[in-house]
Design a protein around this ligand. Structure first.
Ligand SMILES: Cc1ncc(COP(=O)(O)O)c(C=O)c1O
Length: 390
């Protein structure tokens, strides 16, 4: 059986593969410290769970409109307006099955075969594969570690060609936690408008910003025709398994994205939509609690990593990942690259993390600190012992 050329352009998400291998070891009773998973270790808040139970009890268990229930669209645009000062209408909102589906549909609706999409490196692995699947050509924008992986509009502009259709920005970034400052975001949007291309802003981690940075969105700018915002309740409300995300953009673009959704998943799960309304409209204190805890863990893990000889680590400004540079430990003891390093770390030291090639770089590994302080300490100790023994 010959499978399609289209499907051979992509591979299973490396992050998912690491999580699967670590889960298998854990299931067999092995004590693995897991820095692999990109999801909050907090439970979904109780008020959100209660809303889902109520929806079930009220038999809200049938198909809903493909693009989401009106109440949820309203709750999304109201929360966005409250948090960022944007002015979207429910017609400019599409509810999707996780943020991933919003990204997939937006890319599919934007790119023709051979169209170029500019993607800063390090990138979240799914952006690359989604562009490839859509038949687009990823054009990678290198950033510098000694500039905290900053994305600069002048550098983006240099990559624009007549074939450029899309620029993808993810701030705060998975995997580096780097934040694109508001002035630079405005410049990127102006650039997209000037060249008639689409700017996708992935706001999946937008509420997790440290050092007093204020949450910011391009959604409050005037030129919204060239902007598509993708968002998610997964991380903000510890709802990764519920699968609720959204897109905010022009109704023309959303109508095209909806076509794809109508022939694939249809609506996001009915009871998850009701839970999402409660998450967005109910008390927001759980978000502040998680943010404070993540910031404490970030400081702790960065201090710990920087104390390991030869290891460099940029201070992330948001999200819940660190992206240390492990190059001084490569080529030692048969460790050819970070993929071998990650594999050896899992097998020998029982520490799970994701090697850099998943994010487009060769000298780093990604560690998620959405895990308890105790596990962070245990994992750091194992990592240190393993590395210094090489
Ligand atoms: C940068 C980024 N965007 C989007 C998503 C999608 O999340 P979900 O599909 O759970 O909403 C993720 C998940 O890891 C992510 O890291």
């Amino acid at each position: 059986m010959q499978f399609s050329e289209r499907i051979s352009r992509i591979s299973v998400s490396t992050t998912t593969a690491v999580v699967a291998k670590a889960d298998k070891l854990k299931a067999s009773g092995i004590d693995v410290v897991d820095f692999g998973a990109g999801e909050p270790d907090f439970p979904t808040p109780d008020n959100v769970k209660r809303a889902a139970i109520k929806a079930l009890q009220e038999n809200f268990t049938k198909y809903t409109p493909t693009g989401g229930i009106r109440d949820l669209k309203q709750a999304i645009v109201e929360r966005h307006a409250q948090d960022f000062g944007s002015e979207y209408s429910p017609e400019e909102c599409l509810v999707t099955v996780g943020g991933k589906q919003a990204i997939f549909e937006a890319v599919a609706a934007t790119l023709n075969h051979g169209d170029e999409a500019i993607l800063p490196v390090p990138y979240w692995v799914s952006f690359l594969d989604i562009i490839n699947y859509a038949g687009g050509k990823p054009v990678l924008l290198a950033t510098r570690e000694d500039e905290n992986f900053a994305v600069r509009s002048e550098a983006v502009e240099k990559l624009i060609t007549p074939k450029t259709k899309l620029i993808i920005i993810n701030s705060p970034s998975n995997p580096t936690g780097a934040v694109v400052p508001p002035e630079e975001m405005e410049k990127l949007l102006a650039l997209a408008v000037r060249h008639g291309i689409m700017l996708m802003s992935d706001e999946c981690y937008c509420r997790f910003l440290y050092d007093g940075h204020k949450p910011y969105s391009l959604g409050n700018s005037k030129n919204r025709e060239n902007l598509i915002i993708v968002g998610s309740l997964s991380k903000t409300y510890a709802m990764t398994g519920w699968r609720v995300g959204f897109a905010l953009g022009s109704s023309k673009l959303l109508t095209n994205m909806l076509k794809l959704q109508s022939h694939s998943t249809s609506n996001a799960t009915s009871i998850a939509q009701k839970a999402a309304v409660e998450a967005l409209r109910g008390p927001q204190d759980s978000v502040a609690t998680m943010l404070a805890e993540y910031e404490r863990r970030r400081n702790h893990i960065v201090d710990g990593l920087r104390s390991i000889p030869g290891l460099k680590c940029v201070m992330p400004e948001g999200a819940f990942y660190v992206y240390p540079n492990v190059s001084s430990y490569l080529k030692k003891d048969g460790i050819a690259d970070t993929t071998v390093l990650a594999s050896r770390l899992l097998d020998d030291a029982k520490v799970a993390l994701v090697p850099g090639p998943a994010f487009g770089t060769n000298e780093h590994v990604r560690m998620s600190y959405a895990t308890s302080q105790e596990k962070i300490d245990k994992g750091l100790q194992r990592l240190r012992d393993f590395l210094v023994s090489l």
